[in-house]
Ligand binder design. Structure first.
Ligand code: SF4
Length: 304
């Protein structure tokens, strides 16, 4: 009798960690270890996400700025990513995009897609928007470097693929993603240079191929060996957060001194299983519509 594989939930963050380095994946998603001190770029970026989401929910600029300066603690005393800089950036961002012709259909949107072999891709998009008669994923980013090639990295990018698959699953259409970037740099924020949006497209064929690749990657995540990828220890000229641990030959004393446990829930904090969360997202008559979309629209069989 064929054994049915246990259900395997994953999201882009887990897959990205695995592709970067299997030791990184092991530390973060199997041991659930995180550094005791949160790095400023990570903390600033997540607060920027929650603050700009409040703007889309029509909160006043003053409320959103207060949210930012309360939530962002700047534990490492970063000289550029200060709470005041965040508040100032929000002012310029709000002024620039106040009347942008983008309609938010959903914000902070969870999704789950059933793949073959009991695999479930979970995720949470920053938003799904309507723009020029198309439906797009809305993805926020913060960066310290915003050059002319910044957006090219989203052309072949699993995060965008995952979210576009989720968008297809949830609303039955997806033209691609609008990437909304804010640059955090030393001078006062500039409306033209530091806040940029661009569009990346995805075709159905691209998403089918992405799905096929993801299934292969998950197979490796489930059953493949765990080893160090030392070529990824200084990615983007920054030390991996597990650098000290690997330097110390994974000594448990380093774990106890510098790391704490934080379980990564790829269904993103929702109490229900991620697939049920989709139904909760859609209220009233929309639940019926969602039920008709309960199986993944993109079929793997169509890949030649
Ligand atoms: S320090 Fe290097 S080998 Fe260790 S987890 Fe990070 S990327 Fe992998």
């Amino acid at each position: 009798m064929t054994k049915i594989a246990d259900t395997f939930y994953f999201d882009y963050t887990m897959m990205s960690a695995f592709l970067r380095c299997r030791f990184y994946y092991y530390f973060r998603h199997i041991r659930h270890l995180v550094p005791k001190v949160t790095s400023a770029p990570l903390s600033f970026g997540s607060t920027w996400h929650s603050a700009t989401e409040l703007l889309t929910k029509k909160k006043s600029l003053a409320e959103v700025q207060k949210h930012f300066t309360t939530v962002y603690t700047n534990e490492t005393k970063d000289q550029i990513r200060t709470p005041e800089k965040g508040a100032l950036m929000l002012k310029v961002y709000e002024e620039k995009y106040r009347n942008a012709p983008i309609k938010f259909l959903y914000t902070e949107t969870p999704f789950a897609i059933h793949f073959p072999d009991n695999i479930i891709l979970c995720g949470r998009m920053d938003g799904i928007v309507e723009w020029r008669d198309g439906v797009y994923v809305f993805e926020r980013k913060t960066t310290s470097k915003l050059g002319i090639t910044f957006f090219e990295k989203f052309e072949l990018n699993y995060q965008i693929d995952c979210y576009c698959l989720g968008c297809m699953e949830l609303v039955g259409a997806c033209n691609g993603a609008i990437v909304d970037v804010a640059r955090v740099c030393k001078p006062a924020p500039n409306m033209n240079d530091d806040f940029v949006r661009d569009v990346v497209s995805r075709t159905k064929d691209e998403l089918v191929l992405a799905k096929k690749n993801m299934i292969e990657i998950v197979e490796d995540m489930r059953h493949g060996p765990i080893y160090q990828n030392k070529d990824a220890c200084m990615l983007y000229y920054q030390k991996c957060q597990y650098h000290d641990l690997c330097m110390g030959a994974c000594d448990e004393r380093i774990v106890r001194a510098s790391y704490e446990t934080s379980k990564w829930d790829c269904s993103h904090g929702l109490k229900e299983k991620a697939e049920d969360a989709q139904l909760n997202l859609f209220k009233g008559e929309e639940v019926e519509r969602k039920k008709t979309l309960s199986n993944s629209i993109i079929e793997i069989d169509t890949v030649k």
